[in-house]
Every structure is written in C-alpha cells, then in structure tokens.
Ligand binder design. Structure first.
Ligand SMILES: [Zn+2]
Length: 72
C-alpha cells in the first residue's frame, strides 16, 4: 500500500475514482484494502489530487474506509 506512479497517478496523496457510479476520493497514505485502488487505476478511472479540499470541490465524496465522514 503506497502512493502510485502508474495510470494517471504521479505520487499524489489523493486518488479520486472518476467512475460515474462511484465518485469517491481516497487517501493513499491511509489506504484500506477495501479501497481497491489498483482496480480503479486498471479501469482508467484514477484522477490525481494533491489536496482533499480540491477533490471535494470537484464533487467527490470521502471514501468511508480511508478518509471517513462520507456525506452520502
Ligand atoms: Zn479509500
């Protein structure tokens, strides 16, 4: 479990799942196996963010496993 340098990721702390059915942001420094980060990258839905605030501004919900406090 670590930051990724593949797909669209280049070491950013946050990865947002751009899949229209998901729309969640993950904290790679606190990753949980339930996040399925590698599956997101494999599907091409990974969107990199350096700040949680920026991801939230773009409409992503917090992942319940690695960030918590989901607004859904
Ligand atoms: Zn997560």
């Amino acid at each position: 479990m670590a930051r990724r340098y593949r797909g669209n990721m280049n070491g950013e702390r946050y990865l947002a799942n751009a899949s229209p059915s998901k729309r969640e942001v993950h904290d790679l420094d606190n990753e949980n196996t339930n996040c399925q980060i590698d599956e997101i990258i494999q599907a091409g839905n990974d969107s990199p963010y350096n700040s949680l605030e920026a991801a939230r501004r773009d409409g992503y919900d917090n992942c319940a496993y690695c960030i918590g406090g989901s607004t859904r």
